[in-house]
Design a protein. Structure first.
Length: 263
């Protein structure tokens, strides 16, 4: 059912990103929002472009976007019918505004409180990650399937966003890391997708919003990845409450990684 939607969505999002994001990359300024985060003309242009495009093709589905008020977001999430699109038009705005070429478009479809479709586009790398619940995950149409792994943490590559982690965990990761090396790329959606592609094997992040993780986390789950939160939830409800994230390639590695973070 939702697999057919991807045939329309992938070229639609690719074209919109080329015209609204790449055409503005390194050419627009930014300003701070009330919460201190950045926003650019590209965020707003991409959001409006996709609102128009999605509404014209799926008029019965509403859209929840990052660049909406909290009241608007809550109202959209509670809407029923054929579901609600959850959009981050530019995940990695600070990267974009700084000229750092790592950012993404993240789009998910939520139906009856469940994420059923996810799409994450990396416009610079020209890679599109997609997933449909219970049907699989793909990178540019090729299946993403993570093989099981041993429980070893040594030798792995991790994405760890130290800024948003509790200080004891951040300090321990900085001074006693159990992995071989660590990165932080500045885009939650791509964090999850690069895990799904086995480019990194461990993940920890202290605070993610729904529009950050909805699509990417589905890609990782459908690829066979294992995830939860620092608070031991296996999968939180679909709502607007920010959540931490822990992920790993391989079930035994995930348990050992989460145990290490709790210790």
């Amino acid at each position: 059912m939702y697999r057919a939607d991807l045939d329309v969505l992938v070229p639609l999002v690719r074209q919109a990103a080329a015209e609204e994001l790449l055409s503005r990359f390194r050419r627009v300024g930014s300003r701070h929002k009330a919460d201190g985060s950045l926003i650019t003309e590209a965020d707003l242009a991409m959001q409006q472009r996709l609102i128009d495009e999605l509404q014209s093709r799926w008029p019965k589905r509403q859209l929840l976007g990052e660049e909406m008020t909290a009241e608007e977001q809550q109202a959209r999430l509670r809407s029923g019918g054929e579901g609600v699109w959850c959009l981050d038009p530019l995940d990695g705005t600070r990267n974009f505004a700084s000229g750092f070429p790592v950012f993404a478009v993240s789009l998910a479809l939520i139906v009856e409180g469940e994420v059923v479709l996810g799409l994450v586009l990396d416009p610079v790398g020209d890679e599109c990650f997609t997933a449909v619940k219970d049907e699989g995950a793909w990178l540019d149409g090729e299946p993403l399937e993570l093989a099981d792994a041993d429980g070893e943490l040594a030798g792995t590559l991790a994405i760890a966003d130290l800024k948003r982690l509790p200080n004891p965990i951040a300090c321990r990761l900085a001074t006693e890391p159990p992995f071989a090396s660590q990165r932080s790329i500045g885009s939650v959606a791509l964090d999850w997708c690069w895990l799904a592609a086995n480019r990194v094997q461990l993940y920890v992040h202290g605070r993610q919003n729904l529009w950050d993780y909805a699509a990417g986390r589905l890609v990782f789950s459908e690829a066979g990845g294992h995830h939860g939160t620092l608070e031991a939830e296996t999968a939180g409800p679909v709502d607007l409450v920010p959540r931490s994230a822990v992920g790993a390639v391989g079930a035994r590695r995930f348990e050992r990684w989460r145990d290490w973070l709790r210790d």
